[in-house]
Design a protein around this ligand. Structure first.
Ligand SMILES: Cc1cc2nc3c(=O)[nH]c(=O)nc-3n(C[C@H](O)[C@H](O)[C@H](O)COP(=O)(O)O)c2cc1C
Length: 212
């Protein structure tokens, strides 16, 4: 499949969290997922050891079970002070946060309908070591998402299912004692491919030149 005509900066600035524009009606070919994983494996990893893994779920019953669990965790988040729709510092930001909240609400209801779910994991000799090495799976997952975007696929980084991680581990046969689930993302073709850069702070708001 041809890649979208995006230069590196366009790819990096238009890979959005896609939720309402996921096309649930179109299956994602396994070969495309393999390509994304091959690219993800080029990401940096501690000691150049591959401890990360990608659990890809396409079976409907499993997706629905994960979706139901995510819906429950999302309901708890929605009632909490951390809910995106409650982060209303100023008017412009409030409008942006309201959009994010609406979009996240949608995923809360529909995650399990995505044709594929991808769980990025990190493995260790025990759970503590697997957790300590999480830095090895996060860059890989972001690379996966960039590679997906280049192929017309949408993803959305989520991690709140970790509140019920053990149940997902049991459902999928993931060894809970040695494998930590870092990220859960839907994976689907997007409805249209015209994603735009988002409003973000100016660089100097976050750069600390020479010292804090
Ligand atoms: C650590 C982390 C956790 C996140 N958790 C969720 C989540 O549980 N549900 C969700 O819909 N989006 C989640 N997101 C996605 C963010 O909401 C999203 O990246 C942010 O709103 C910016 O959106 P944009 O990339 O489309 O500009 C998470 C992102 C990160 C980095």
């Amino acid at each position: 499949m041809a890649l979208l005509p995006l230069d590196p900066d366009q790819l990096l600035t238009t890979t959005r969290a896609v939720r309402r524009r996921l096309d649930f009606s179109r299956p994602v070919p396994a070969e495309l997922i393999r390509e994304c994983v091959a690219i993800a494996l080029q990401a940096p990893s501690a000691s150049n050891v591959v401890t990360m893994g990608f659990v890809v779920v396409t079976e409907a019953a499993k997706r629905q079970a994960i979706g139901a669990l995510y819906r429950e965790v999302y309901a708890v988040y929605k009632a909490s002070p951390a809910y995106a729709g409650r982060q209303l510092q100023d008017q412009e930001r409030a409008a942006q946060q309201a959009r994010v909240a609406r979009s996240a609400d949608y995923l809360g209801e529909h995650l399990g309908e995505s044709p594929a779910l991808v769980i990025a994991v990190n493995q260790g000799s025990d759970r503590e070591q697997a957790l300590a090495g999480m830095g090895s799976v996060l860059p890989a997952m972001w690379s996966f998402m960039l590679a997906a975007r280049a192929r017309g696929l949408g993803t959305a980084w989520t991690s709140m299912h970790r509140a019920r991680e053990q149940e997902v581990a049991e459902l999928l046969g993931i060894p809970y004692d040695t494998v930590v689930q870092a990220v859960l993302s839907p994976l689907a073709f997007t409805k249209g491919t015209d994603f735009q850069p988002a409003r973000r702070p100016e660089p100097d708001e976050v750069i600390h030149w020479e010292a804090w």
